[in-house]
Design a protein around this ligand. Structure first.
Ligand code: XBP
Ligand code: MG
Length: 271
């Protein structure tokens, strides 16, 4: 039985990267009178580096000409990141980052079925919590069972630490939990933590490798725009919109497969 669902934030709950973080990073560059600007394509490449500060350091070292290194790079990364988060918070307060279509309905249905919902993101707590409150509304936000952010872990995705921590805060075992992700780094993190993973592809993840996912769809689905299935290795029935029944079918099917693996390996090893 599925006993918990853990959602990623950026790209999954809202299209925060292209229209949120990227725009806020560019405002931060401008506020320090720096000439650097990140267009949509460059930002897509930089997204392979998780974490805003880490992304800035990587950019200064590998993309910028002349490159920056040492103390100047570290100081700028910290200051630009602080400013980026301020600009992002302003955008959140102004309602410029709406939820993805159908996601609030989906989260609400899971909570109403008394299945705990948690968060595992590599973003910073200072903007993650206000964004979650805005996207889900205060009541559903209060009902989140755990919120793990980039501030809580040593290593960001694709490392599994954020998922491992969220699973342990839920008091569950990995095989009881489904992760909902939008990116290849996120999928890898969830899989390395031993979770079943549903991917809802986002704007920046069209070219990502999702072969290890248990189900890949394009959207959560609304009555007007039903979900399209993109990769379905377990042959799960998806009826127009993702719902609790979809998660139960997905989890049941993945449990059957892991039981078969267990039986298979017992047969091989003789234990
Ligand atoms: C999201 C990220 C984050 C944000 C920025 O990855 O990589 O770093 O881009 O957040 P995921 P901060 O969706 O896999 O969690 O600037 O607060 O680090
Ligand atoms: Mg994401």
């Amino acid at each position: 039985m599925v006993r918990g669902v853990i959602f990623d934030v950026d790209g999954t709950l809202a299209e925060t990267e292209r229209d949120g973080h990227r725009v806020a990073f560019n405002r931060a560059f401008a506020s320090l009178k720096l000439p650097d600007r990140w267009d949509e394509q460059l930002y897509g490449e930089l997204l392979w580096v998780s974490g805003g500060k880490e992304r800035l350091r990587f950019y200064f070292e590998h993309y910028r000409f002349p490159p920056l290194d040492g103390d100047e790079r570290d100081w700028l990364a910290i200051e630009l990141h602080r400013r980026k988060n301020e600009f992002l918070l302003q955008m959140i307060r102004e309602g410029q980052l709406p939820p993805r279509p159908g996601v609030v309905r989906f989260v609400g249905a899971i909570q109403d079925a008394h299945i705990p919902v948690a968060i595992a993101t590599t973003g910073s707590r200072e903007w993650v919590e206000p964004l979650l409150r805005t996207l889900l509304g205060p009541e559903r936000f209060q009902r989140l069972a755990a919120i793990v952010t980039g501030d809580d872990v040593q290593r960001k995705k694709p490392d599994p630490e954020a998922y491992e921590l969220a699973v342990s805060r839920l008091g569950l075992a990995p095989h009881e939990v489904i992760a909902v992700e939008d990116s290849q780094n996120g999928l890898e993190a969830a899989k390395r933590a031993g979770l079943t993973c549903l991917v809802v592809r986002s704007r920046y993840s069209h070219n990502h490798d999702f072969q290890n996912a248990d189900l890949v769809v394009d959207e959560f689905g609304t009555p007007r725009d039903p979900t399209r299935v993109l990769w379905n290795p377990h042959g799960i029935a998806v009826n127009g919109m993702l719902d609790v029944a979809t998660l139960r079918r997905l989890h049941d099917q993945c449990s059957v497969i892991s039981d078969q693996w267990a039986v298979g390996s017992e047969g091989i090893t003789g234990h």
